[in-house]
Design a binder for this molecule. Structure first.
Ligand SMILES: [Ca+2]
Length: 286
């Protein structure tokens, strides 16, 4: 009896070990791509008011002013806003059948794309007058620029580089982490030589090399908008703007009541700080 009991225990051990190995093999692919590049948490520097009716699809800070493009059919707009108060200074309503997406400010103009209409708009930055329209194939999601070229995301791992003079495609690259293509790239921002991209329906932002498409780092913004600021309508993180003159990074989300200036905290530094201070932070990191 005793030998049979030992034998049963041995078989149970073998079964549990096999199950553990199989479970490890079934880890979804995206987290493996996430876990092998530098990761960043965040610290909130300042919280500003944000219109909770704005379904944020494009966000950019230019010469002291915030510009925002919003989506949803019948509610899509282009706005000029005061950062401190969140007050809308100028606004254009898009035609009701259009779903507004990314915006970017370049050479005194504001460019805005739409989701599935293949139509883009170019406005004068100061007067908000429509200067011209343009057409492009596929979907329009996020927009950004590096001063020379415009970057367009469309929800796929591909980023298109457009010539701002013609709005025609010059080249494209695939965003990847450890050879794995990264999908659902949404709102974009040019930050000190890197392209930042919200990953749709997640709290993550990818830091991307605009040369190779490689993900250079992941920013985890889990917990940024506190539970007391959430309603059943509150949607996902979307919207990154960088103030290059003041080196300030702003983020918000669709229908969020707040827009945050954040500082990135490398994951390793966060852990070291926790150990030195001898207490744990209640703010989630990485
Ligand atoms: Ca942006």
């Amino acid at each position: 009896m005793r030998n049979r009991f030992r034998s049963s225990l041995l078989w149970l051990g073998v079964l549990l070990s096999t199950a553990a190995v199989l479970a490890l093999q079934n880890v979804p692919s995206q987290p493996s791509a996430v876990s092998n590049v530098p990761r960043y948490g965040f610290e909130i520097v300042h919280a500003y008011p944000h219109d909770p009716r704005a379904f944020t699809q494009g966000l950019e800070f230019h010469a002291g002013t915030l510009y925002e493009g919003t989506g949803l059919e019948g509610r899509s707009t282009l706005r000029k806003e005061d950062l401190q108060t969140g007050k809308v200074l100028e606004k254009i309503d898009l035609a009701s059948q259009l779903f507004g997406e990314g915006i970017t400010v370049l050479n005194g103009r504001i460019i805005q794309v739409t989701w599935v209409s293949h139509r883009g708009f170019i406005y004068d930055r100061s007067s908000f007058k429509l200067l011209q329209t343009f057409a492009y194939p596929g979907e329009g999601w996020g927009l950004a620029n590096d001063g020379q070229h415009i970057y367009l995301s469309d929800g796929t791992p591909e980023i298109r580089c457009l010539d701002p003079a013609t709005m025609k495609e010059e080249r494209r690259f695939t965003v990847h982490a450890r050879r794995e293509a990264i999908h659902e790239l949404n709102e974009l921002e040019w930050v000190r030589g890197e392209l930042f991209a919200n990953i749709w329906q997640t709290d993550r932002i990818a830091r991307i090399s605009p040369v190779t498409g490689q993900v250079l780092g992941w920013i985890d913004l889990t917990g940024l908008l506190p539970p007391e600021d959430r309603t059943p309508e509150t949607d996902v993180l979307n919207g990154i703007a960088y103030d290059s003159a003041g080196d300030r990074l702003f983020v918000t989300g669709k229908l969020w009541p707040k827009l945050f200036e954040i500082r990135l905290v490398p994951e390793r530094q966060t852990r070291r700080t926790k150990r030195i201070e001898g207490h744990s932070s209640d703010r989630p990191h990485g």
